[in-house]
Design a protein around this ligand. Structure first.
Ligand SMILES: [Zn+2]
Length: 190
């Protein structure tokens, strides 16, 4: 204590508390793999991927190969901010809004199941995987984005920062009677 005055010490404590608050809320730290727990899928393209993750909108995105109709679930709790269709982009997609203006996007879905402005719990469904839009095969495009759609560096608390070519097992909530594989086999545009 001799090196600090009382006020310097108090200021240091406040600064450390602020630092902890910042790191606790500056990024969504609870994010888990956006498919049901226990299922394992391959990361087909990672951050900075040369195939298509080379724009400010996608540089921190991931593509996970998964069969058509696989339930896609919320990486973290949030409200449905946007639902759309882009023929030469994400196809059927849904955007969730999380705390502190962080958003997550789920693209190329065969079908979106969320309702606009609805609150979605972590692990609850937002849609079924597909290959709509600019896609060469069934996969999920996932990224954290800001309010303008620019991708943000992030990581999952269960699968870390997935790398292209590796397989990852989700520790999100498991499949339940309410969440099952889709009966449909055809992608549904729009
Ligand atoms: Zn992608």
């Amino acid at each position: 204590m001799s090196a600090f005055t009382r006020w310097e010490f108090a200021f240091l404590i406040l600064f450390l508390l602020w630092m902890q608050w910042e790191t606790a809320f500056a990024s969504p730290s609870n994010m888990k793999a956006p498919w049901p727990g226990g299922l394992t899928y391959r990361c087909n393209q990672g951050n900075n991927g040369s195939f298509s993750h080379d724009t400010p909108q996608s540089i921190y995105a991931w593509d996970f190969g998964m069969p058509l109709g696989t339930p896609v679930v919320a990486a973290d709790s949030g409200t449905v901010y946007q639902i759309g269709y882009k023929a030469n982009g994400y196809g059927n997609y849904i955007v969730l809004k999380h705390q502190n203006d962080f958003f997550s996007i789920y693209g190329h879905l065969s079908e979106v199941t969320g309702q606009l402005r609805a609150f979605i719990h972590q692990g609850s469904m937002v849609g079924f995987s597909g290959s709509t839009g600019n896609s060469t095969g069934p996969h999920l495009h996932f990224s954290m984005i800001d309010a303008k759609g620019f991708s943000l560096p992030s990581q999952f608390c269960d699968i870390g920062i997935p790398k292209e070519g590796n397989f990852y097992t989700s520790a999100n909530y498991p499949l339940s009677q309410r969440i099952q594989f889709h009966k449909k086999t055809q992608p549904k545009p729009g």
